[in-house]
Design a protein around this ligand. Structure first.
Ligand code: SIN
Ligand code: FE2
Length: 217
């Protein structure tokens, strides 16, 4: 095989623009994955993963918890951000420094300087878990991007347009990939196809997603 001077080394992180305000940072979180998983385990000890109920009365298929000043919750009364974990009545665990650092550096890499998230929703998907197409719009304002980090099993991320009718692109996200969307893309529909079973050496039989947001004013 002749060497290709311009071939990308698949072990090196690389950035792919997939929309005017959207960047797919392949492998960006690989180097910090160990520290992230340790931090997530600590969060889950204080605020355990739980399946929440939608306003329509359905159980979300992903199990969730949060860290940071605000946490995203849903129950029969609606979707919202809350300063306390409704299960314990306590504030959510503080956002660990390694999560904060990853979120700000990924945002900067995608062209969003000065991103300071106050909320991180942590989703855990087991085989068969999915998330239907939705927009992230419970935040106070949409000037900050969304930073989404994937850990563990690979999955298909559906990335649609600004209306529900727009056919979503299907992006195969791997362990360590980060997708950042903001600006004109901030309200694009997105979702997750049902997770396929498998085993990941660090994360196990699941996929963990972190979504960092600036939720409050
Ligand atoms: C979300 O939209 O909150 C999660 C998306 C994902 O799990 O990739
Ligand atoms: Fe979302």
């Amino acid at each position: 095989m002749t060497g290709d001077l311009f071939a990308t080394d698949q072990n090196e992180p690389w950035a792919e623009s997939i929309g005017e305000g959207t960047v797919w940072l392949h492998g960006f979180a690989c180097a910090s994955a160990n520290a992230l998983m340790t931090a997530i385990a600590g969060i889950a000890r204080q605020a355990p993963f739980r399946q929440m109920t939608t306003p329509g009365g359905f159980l979300m298929s992903a199990a969730m918890t949060n860290c940071g000043r605000l946490g995203w919750v849903t129950d029969r009364t609606g979707y919202r951000y809350s300063e306390v974990d409704p299960e314990t009545g306590h504030p959510w665990p503080a956002m660990p420094e390694c999560l904060m650092a990853l979120a700000t550096s990924a945002a900067r890499e995608a062209g969003y300087t000065g991103f300071v998230p106050d909320a991180c929703l942590i989703n855990r998907y087991l085989p068969g878990s999915r998330m239907s197409l939705h927009q992230d719009k419970n935040e106070e304002d949409y000037s900050a991007p969304i930073v989404s980090v994937s850990l563990g099993l690979p999955m298909i991320f559906q990335f649609g347009g600004l209306t529900r009718k727009d056919k979503p692109a299907r992006l195969p996200l791997n362990h360590g990939d980060v997708v950042v969307w903001g600006g004109v893309d901030r309200l694009r529909y997105h979702g997750v196809s049902p997770l396929k079973p498998g085993h990941h050496e660090l994360v196990g039989e699941c996929r963990i997603n972190l979504t960092f947001r600036k939720a409050g004013a």
